[in-house]
Design a protein around this ligand. Sequence first.
Ligand code: SF4
Length: 99
Amino acid sequence: MARTDPRRPPDLAVNHHTWPQLVAAMDGAITPCRNSSEWLSENPRQQQRAAALCRGCSVLAECRDFALAVNEPNGVWGGTTPTDRKAQRRRAQREKEAA
Ligand code: SF4
């Protein structure tokens, strides 16, 4: 799977992934977060480091889009920190209102 820019605002109408779909995508995938607590850290430095490691993950897009779709408030998902996701949702909302 091609790597995706985690800063790209997702089109949730197109890219909505459910939890079962994400779990299925992760089956057999190399996921750097497996067996690591860094992805659940509340420390911004650790979150940034974890998010950078996500960029090598083959399910980055599915993971990020799931977290955005369910408005996941905690942890690093798909190369995004909680702060990144808040900013992406605000940006998507502004774009929706401007359209
Ligand atoms: S993209 Fe998702 S599954 Fe992959 S390493 Fe990051 S948090 Fe884990």
